[in-house]
Design a binder for this molecule. Structure first.
Ligand code: BTN
Length: 258
């Protein structure tokens, strides 16, 4: 679908809308293995996913037609793959900016991949990279955002949505166009070297920043009270625990809700 709703330069200029697919990330990856290259900024969106994927081995639940489930193609060849977490920060900042405009200041970024409002999960990102040698060829940015779904399975106790918060529905096409335009703006800033600004914005909007909360170390099961102080550009979560700094990578620590 070529469209006139989307005003940017490249993000969302080429949109492929599907009714049902296993996963938009899988679809985009399969397309990339074909000979005709897709333009950077292509968005694959689906009304329903039969095997939507979340982080690790999680599945992504979304009521068909109610939410945004889409994958965006970027070619971040200008970033050293060793610095790949900066793209996560960039997309998180862009999504947060959109949600802050719609929902206000309680919109937050939860390390490492979640989109939050207060202590509720509004959505998440699954970024999958294709790296050849030392060259970052493609990033597949999968985004699931709860928009007009009001009821969630019991297993998703902290899930929330824009409609639950605002008590009114939000137009999915307008929201997608806002997201595309903000991602484009922040991605172009990243491209022109504004990493510090991105990291600063990311830290400012970080869920639980400077607040003491309970955490569990996954390997040992140890629980402790710590205070998030920062996330490095390598994606390491830094917490203060009784005056000492503790560093955790992905899958090393769990946030507790007590
Ligand atoms: C998470 O919170 O665990 C990440 C969820 C990412 C879900 C999106 S929906 C669109 C894209 N396609 C997928 O299969 N997953 C991502």
């Amino acid at each position: 679908m070529q469209n006139n709703t989307f005003s940017g330069l490249f993000v969302g200029q080429n949109i492929i809308s599907l009714k049902t697919i296993d996963s938009t990330n899988n679809y985009l990856r399969d397309e990339l293995s074909k000979s005709a290259p897709l333009p950077e900024g292509t968005v694959i969106m689906a009304e329903a996913q039969t095997a939507g994927r979340g982080q690790l081995t999680n599945t992504w639940h979304s009521e068909p037609g109610k939410n945004l489930t889409f994958s965006l193609l970027l070619r971040p060849g200008f970033i050293n793959p060793a610095d790949q977490f900066i793209l996560n920060k960039c997309i998180s900042v862009a999504l947060n900016e959109v949600l802050q405009r719609i929902l206000g200041n309680k919109a937050a970024i939860k390390w490492p991949n979640d989109i939050y409002f207060g202590s509720g999960k509004l959505g998440g990102m699954l970024i999958e990279n294709i790296i050849r040698g030392s060259q970052w060829k493609y990033a597949i940015i999968g985004i699931g955002l709860n928009v007009n779904q009001e009821a969630f399975p019991d297993s998703l106790r902290n899930a929330t949505s824009i409609a639950k918060i605002l008590q009114s529905n939000y137009d999915l096409t307008i929201l997608l166009s806002e997201i595309c335009s903000h991602i484009e703006g922040w991605y172009l800033r990243l491209k022109s070297g504004h990493r510090e600004e991105i990291s600063r914005r990311y830290r400012e909007k970080l869920y639980r920043l400077n607040e003491p909360h309970r955490y569990r170390v996954m390997k040992t099961g140890e629980e402790f009270t710590g205070t998030i102080t920062n996330v490095t550009d390598e994606g390491i979560l830094q917490l203060d625990h009784e005056g000492a700094q503790k560093d955790y990578s992905l899958k090393e620590i769990e946030f507790l809700n007590v």
